[in-house]
Write a protein of this length. Structure first.
Length: 389
């Protein structure tokens, strides 16, 4: 792993400006997903003569943002992986990075429970600032569930700083006492203007995809258990009974995508569902939508929910999404225990209420989710923290 690190460093030689510090982020990999997109939003706004980002990625698969990161002077270090058998090697891997890059002053871990690997590697290497960042309110019961539950117990003691996208996620990952005494909320901020209501973009998108006379129910999210696409399809099937012009627009990809296509076919709605895959111009797709629906089983504070509200869309979230997501008066939460018909009725109500889509960006800025102001705050915070030993 040391050879990999050194070759990466030679390819993308760091700047020599002594005033510049580097922050290394631990992530899964830099694909076009919520946490990663949020990180890139901040990265693009950094004054890179003062603060530069590097990334530890834990999957061998290249990430969607890798080329952009390298073009901005960032470095990408591929870890030995999060297998418990590789734990000693992982600690050495992090230690080698920090030994060879004394300008890395902060480690910022975003992989929640599994961030313990990077945090402990940095702790063992003597790095003075180690941020654990919570982005969710639950751990999925997959094959790593027991390992993640074990690691979660030690996050607060391995980190020097506890950050979270919202209150509920912070309490879940760090415990109420640690959160109330040490926790700090950092908003999942967005490039607000990019998502502002645009009638021209709406017309163009709806014309291009044959949506002019359709009611577009939209969703953006990875096809995994957490996002609850099965429930979304069932709800849409119910809503389509009262609106024959309705279509369901799904942006994203993931392990459950084929299963959901089969479910749409079995419900008899496959012809009304657009599986759009990953899209780089999600901001324009929001314009084409009429309502945004997110029946997640759990969430921290979803970036896509902020984006959708910035575009002025009426939004319907499940009650499992933190109430902190309600940033505009056109948004509501519906219990997961409500019937599919009650969810469908909520969609009808949202579409029938007057909604001023031009006001979305104002609500997002007022709530503190505009990247222009938030990025400068985090930059100055990184710089002030970097003096710690």
């Amino acid at each position: 792993s040391k050879q990999t690190i050194m070759s990466c460093m030679r390819r993308t030689a760091p700047q020599t400006d002594e005033a510049m510090i580097r922050v290394i982020h631990s992530v899964s990999n830099m694909d076009r997903a919520g946490i990663e997109t949020m990180l890139m939003n901040y990265y693009r706004r950094m004054d890179r003569d003062r603060v530069q980002f590097d990334f530890i990625v834990n999957k061998a698969k290249p990430g969607d943002y890798d080329d952009e990161i390298l073009s901005m002077g960032g470095r990408i270090f591929r870890s030995p992986g999060l297998n418990p058998l590789h734990y000693p090697e992982y600690l050495r891997f992090v230690g080698d990075i920090l030994k060879n890059s004394p300008d890395i002053r902060i480690l910022h871990a975003h992989n929640e429970a599994m961030g313990l690997y990077a945090l402990n590697g940095a702790k063992k290497a003597g790095l003075g600032v180690r941020i654990a960042h919570a982005h969710n309110t639950r751990i999925v019961r997959d094959y790593k569930w027991l390992l993640k539950i074990f690691c979660k117990q030690f996050l607060a003691s391995s980190a020097t700083d506890l950050w979270s996208c919202g209150r509920d996620a912070g309490i879940y990952f760090f415990g109420r006492k640690n959160w109330e005494t040490r926790g700090m909320i950092k908003h999942n901020a967005i490039e607000t203007d990019r998502f502002a209501w645009s009638p021209d973009a709406r017309s163009a998108m709806r014309k291009q995809y044959g949506l002019e006379n359709k009611t577009v129910v939209g969703h953006v999210g990875r096809f995994n258990v957490q996002k609850n696409h099965a429930r979304l399809l069932a709800v849409f099937s119910e809503y389509a009974k009262v609106n024959e012009n309705a279509v369901l627009l799904l942006i994203g990809e993931g392990e459950q995508e084929e299963k959901m296509k089969n479910m749409a076919a079995s419900l008899g709605i496959y012809g009304k569902v657009i599986f759009a895959g990953l899209q780089s111009n999600v901001n324009e797709w929001y314009q084409a939508m009429d309502v945004f629906v997110m029946p997640s089983l759990f969430e921290g504070l979803p970036v896509v929910g902020v984006e959708a509200q910035a575009s002025g869309l009426p939004c319907i979230f499940s009650s499992a999404v933190t109430d902190e997501i309600l940033l505009s008066p056109f948004s509501c939460r519906v219990p997961l225990s409500a019937s599919d018909k009650e969810w469908a009725d909520a969609i009808s109500s949202a579409l029938n209420r007057p909604c001023d889509r031009t006001s979305g960006t104002g609500y997002i800025r007022e709530a503190g989710y505009d990247i222009a102001s938030e990025a400068s705050r985090i930059q100055e915070l990184y710089i002030s923290m970097s003096d710690r030993k």
